[in-house]
Design a binder for this molecule. Structure first.
Ligand SMILES: Cc1cc2nc3c(=O)[nH]c(=O)nc-3n(C[C@H](O)[C@H](O)[C@H](O)COP(=O)(O)OP(=O)(O)OC[C@H]3O[C@@H](n4cnc5c(N)ncnc54)[C@H](O)[C@@H]3O)c2cc1C
Ligand code: SF4
Length: 570
């Protein structure tokens, strides 16, 4: 850890400041430091060092007091955090607990957060798909939000750049709806998943079942060894932190890489309160930080600032950055900051049974599953709702042990695994439409422990989402029926928004400063030395898991910013 001499302004001045050390901030820091920028990475949470700070990573089930389940009193005290499937006895230490950082739910919103070095990169499910041009065309074609200022072609080389370093497994499927990436060897679909793929291909030209694309190293390359990472061992205990660095996290990958350059200063326990705007210079000159341990307020300075605090916290910090020039938030001349927040609709599942392949089963643990790229409304509008959904898909054989006997017979029963039939399951991942009425704002009265206004969240589903749930259930039921699956069960969980953990928008990109906050380089239209490359920048959400796109935006935006700095434009 660096030695902070906070007495001298010079010692608190850097070329660049990055706010937040999660997926996007880790990438911004890596790219900046590799380009020679002295960079300060500010993180509100504690430090989490790769391997050293993964306390549960090698624990056996019997070493947990509750076999990884959460005691009722913890669940009751944390209705938000415990709504996440990954909030377990083995991983709870990487989640924000409900009473630690309260916010105001004007409408029910489950805001799942990880406040530590690495952010949510320690917890994520690692699914990583590129966007296609169909996704960037969405708002303009279907007349919602604003036109994206960037095309797939412009982002494609940056997807390649981040995929090579992060390590993404996937199959080259050749689909125009889901462009192929620079993949490591794919995982395999199992026999029932392959059977479903064939059945669907027989019935539909435009529907595809593929193996998921995920940030796991299946065949490690030199670039991964150079990061100190190795191939995934298929332990499927990723949310505890992986000692092999088998999956991509900021902790295993971008942050140690940035530290190795000698250009990074990582400062945990540093809550960024706001950006400092210099009225004379007409730009941001630094940030105000509350040290979370001492509660002391201090300032740090830099020529460029990357805001990567995760979508809603980035909104909060920028809205809280007020000055005479920007009384409503930094760069917020049009009053749109905080508005047009969107998310993913993960409400519905469809499951069924299958009687075939009773001579086969699966072995081992695959940290990935099947994926069905969006097929609805892609080439033309075909339903009474806008946009569409992707879906996860997986099949597994139900196994059990006979526990009915006593003594030796019980032992024998436990030793012999018996198999039932196959179970198939799918979950929807729907696009929601960003709307002005879905927004976040600062509360005028209530403040948090660091003197920052609490965030008010006002986000809900609409009629388009309801219709999409219904269509997903009908289409999956049709495909399952054609494949001969039986006992088909549809379920609408009415999952609360936010629980998808893909909240986006509020500081959207666009072509026109009157209707957007950021330009095509993720640069505030009105404050040119401030860049936002996390989910806050997203103009629309499409259906893909979003983090790979944040990584690509971060790398592309840093490249632009550093070139601009060198040309003395910033
Ligand atoms: C269980 C789970 C499964 C997921 N699965 C997937 C998936 O399969 N694919 C996918 O693409 N995405 C997935 N996600 C979402 C993914 O984790 C996020 O999209 C991603 O982490 C966002 O990156 P980020 O840098 O914007 O935010 P984060 O990774 O959350 O990092 C933000 C950082 O900023 C810090 N910060 C916040 N406020 C301040 C402040 N005021 N001052 C200083 N620091 C601050 C936070 O402490 C945090 O460390 C999943 C998330 C979870 C929890
Ligand atoms: S599945 Fe792979 S990445 Fe996940 S914990 Fe195991 S070895 Fe690590």
């Amino acid at each position: 850890m660096a030695n902070f001499n906070i007495d001298s302004k010079k010692d608190r001045t850097y070329d660049a400041i990055v706010i937040g050390s999660g997926i996007s901030g880790g990438w911004s820091a890596k790219e900046l430091t590799e380009k020679g920028m002295k960079t300060l990475l500010l993180e509100r949470g504690r430090n989490v060092e790769h391997i050293k700070d993964y306390p549960t990573t090698n624990m056996m089930p019997w070493e947990f007091a509750h076999r990884e389940r959460m005691p009722k009193e913890v669940v009751d005290a944390n209705p938000i955090a415990s709504s996440c499937y990954n909030f377990k006895e083995s991983s709870a230490h990487f989640f924000v607990k409900d009473d630690e950082h309260p916010y105001i739910q004007e409408k029910p919103f489950q805001w799942i957060r990880g406040y530590q070095v690495g952010g949510k990169s320690l917890l994520w499910a690692r699914q990583t798909q590129r966007w296609s041009q169909f996704d960037f065309d969405g708002p303009a074609r279907d007349q919602f939000a604003v036109e994206w200022p960037i095309s797939y072609k412009e982002l494609a080389p940056w997807y390649t750049h981040v995929e090579r370093f992060a390590g993404i497994t996937g199959n080259k499927d050749g689909l125009d709806t889901l462009p192929d990436g620079d993949f490591l060897k794919p995982h395999d679909l199992n026999c029932v998943e392959k059977y479903f793929k064939q059945q669907v291909a027989r019935q539909y030209k435009d529907r595809h079942i593929i193996i998921g694309r995920a940030a796991h190293i299946t065949d490690a390359k030199q670039i991964h060894f150079d990061q100190g990472r190795a191939a995934c061992q298929h332990r499927t205990m990723c949310e505890r932190g992986c000692p092999f660095g088998g999956y991509f996290s900021s902790n295993a990958s971008t942050i140690p890489w940035a530290l190795k350059t000698g250009n990074l200063t990582l400062r945990p326990d540093s809550v960024v309160h706001s950006l400092i705007y210099d009225e004379k210079l007409g730009k941001a000159v630094g940030v105000r930080v509350v040290d979370s341990l001492t509660k002391e307020m201090m300032e740090f300075y830099a020529r460029i600032i990357f805001v990567n605090a995760s979508a809603l916290n980035t909104n909060l910090i920028l809205l809280n950055s007020i000055s005479t020039r920007f009384p409503n938030g930094l760069g917020n001349d049009n009053g749109l900051m905080g508005k047009y927040v969107a998310f993913h609709n993960y409400r519905a599942t469809v499951s069924a049974d299958y009687d075939g392949f009773l001579d086969s089963t699966t072995d081992g643990r695959r940290p990935n599953s099947g994926y069905i790229p969006r097929f609805r409304n892609v080439y033309k509008q075909e339903t009474d709702f806008l946009r569409g959904y992707a879906a996860g898909f997986g099949a597994n054989r139900v196994s059990y042990n006979d526990r009915s006997d006593m003594g030796e017979d019980l032992k024998a029963g436990l030793m012999e695994t018996k198999y039932g039939g196959w179970h198939v399951g799918s979950h929807m991942m729907g696009e929601t439409i960003p709307k002005e009425s879905n927004f976040v704002a600062l509360d005028g009265a209530e403040k948090d422990a660091y003197g920052m206004p609490k965030l008010r969240i006002h986000v809900a589903y609409d009629d388009n989402d309801e219709k999409m749930v219904k269509d997903y259930m009908e289409q999956m039921t049709e495909m399952y029926t054609q494949a001969g699956f039986t006992n088909i069960r549809t379920h609408d969980s009415h999952r609360i928004p936010g629980n998808d953990i893909h909240e986006m928008g509020g500081v959207r990109m666009g072509k026109d400063p009157k209707t957007s906050l950021l330009n095509k380089w993720n640069q505030l239209h009105n404050v040119k030395n401030v860049f936002v490359t996390d989910g806050a920048a997203m103009t629309s959400t499409s259906t893909q898991n979003p983090s790979l796109t944040y990584m690509a935006f971060s790398a592309r935006s840093v490249d632009y910013a550093v070139k601009q700095m060198k040309a003395k434009n910033l």
